[in-house]
Design a binder for this molecule. Structure first.
Ligand code: 8YV
Length: 327
């Protein structure tokens, strides 16, 4: 490519990433950091070679219809691509890339933090102290549940699911999993993981469930009202993947009625709106999508976006290309 490609970045990225992008490409940054309006996105896809969006941009088929001839690459800042119509992009000859791997460990850490927070009532306890309400230790006050020795059911044993399994093993949890495809015997052995072909059966037998699948049409409300009712009343459920995978209305009802013991949710179906039924439940720990929110992960994600654009610019296949058949 003789000229530098025009790259439009939809959100504020770490300074070092923006500086490097400015050096390498004809880069247009979003200085306000407000999510781009639909109009601004339509304008952007009409006049750039590369769009670098995030989860807050809906890149659907209707938007891609408005794309100019120039748009050839969508280099997503993030691993999940459920906000991008990858099939429609691919049909139009637009390559889609993402940033897998570099946010795995941090998302797994946050999953463990949520698991501990829910099981040991950390947020409830911290709130009591902050509000000046600590009246002294008592043998039966603020009791949570032991984590060691319990059964953890991982839905989606991919990169992040496996990183959670490795941590959970160190916490003395027994690892179980349900996946579209059973993983290799070598990985099962390494993680000492038991495979459940039936998600229903696994749900009914676990103490803790942790969700790590991508959001696709097949996983939308995978944890439906019917399936959530299979959980035991002492079970807790953690979701650092995508809100759309859980029927939030049904979960809120079960949490309210004590039919599920607790939930730790980092993601919601209609972000940034949180289902009001989930608010003010003492047994729900809710976080504002912090899975990859570390300085290190966000810089590494930016570096990956740069490498994908640079490789494409040099006429090669970008390393993190996403194809419709991979979803
Ligand atoms: C990202 C995520 O921060 O990478 C993902 O899929 O869910 C987040 O951790 C977000 O997607 C940025 O676009």
């Amino acid at each position: 490519m003789p000229r530098k490609p025009k790259v439009i970045v939809t959100r504020k990225l770490p300074d070092s990433v923006e500086t490097r992008m400015r050096e390498l490409f004809d880069t247009e940054l979003n200085v306000t950091d407000a999510p781009m309006s639909r109009e601004a996105l339509i304008d952007a896809v009409g006049r750039c070679d590369v769009l670098a969006p995030t989860i807050t941009d809906e890149i659907d088929a209707a938007l891609l219809e408005k794309a100019g001839e120039r748009l050839k690459l969508i280099a997503n800042f993030g691993a999940g691509v459920d906000h991008i119509d990858v099939a429609a992009a691919t049909e139009r000859g637009i390559t889609v890339t993402n940033t897998p791997g570099v946010l795995t460990e941090d998302t797994a850490d946050l999953t463990m933090a949520l698991m501990m927070a829910v099981a040991r009532r950390i947020v409830e306890g911290a709130n009591v102290v902050q509000a000046g309400g600590f009246q002294g230790w008592a043998p039966t006050w603020m009791l949570g549940r032991r984590v060691t020795g319990k059964r953890l059911g991982i839905i989606g044993l991919g990169r992040i699911g496996s990183a959670v399994a490795r941590r959970a093993k160190a916490f003395g949890l027994q690892i179980h999993y349900h996946n579209r495809k059973r993983v290799s015997p070598r990985i099962e052995e390494e993680l000492e993981a038991t495979y459940w072909d039936s998600l229903d059966q696994m749900l009914a037998r676990m103490d803790i469930i942790s969700v790590h699948s991508p959001h696709t049409p097949a996983t939308y409300h995978l944890l439906s009202a019917r399936r959530l009712k299979l959980l035991q009343p002492h079970a807790i459920i953690i979701n650092t993947a995508r809100g759309e995978i859980i029927d939030e209305d049904a979960l809120a009802e079960l949490l309210r009625d004590g039919k599920v013991a607790g939930a730790g949710l980092d993601v919601f179906e209609f972000e940034p709106q949180v289902n009001p039924k989930l608010l003010n439940l003492p047994n729900a720990v809710l976080l504002p999508h912090l899975g990859s929110a570390t300085v290190e992960a966000r810089v590494d994600m930016g570096e990956k976006v740069i490498i994908n654009i640079k490789t494409w610019m040099d006429g090669h296949r970008p390393p993190d290309r996403v194809l419709p058949q991979m979803l």
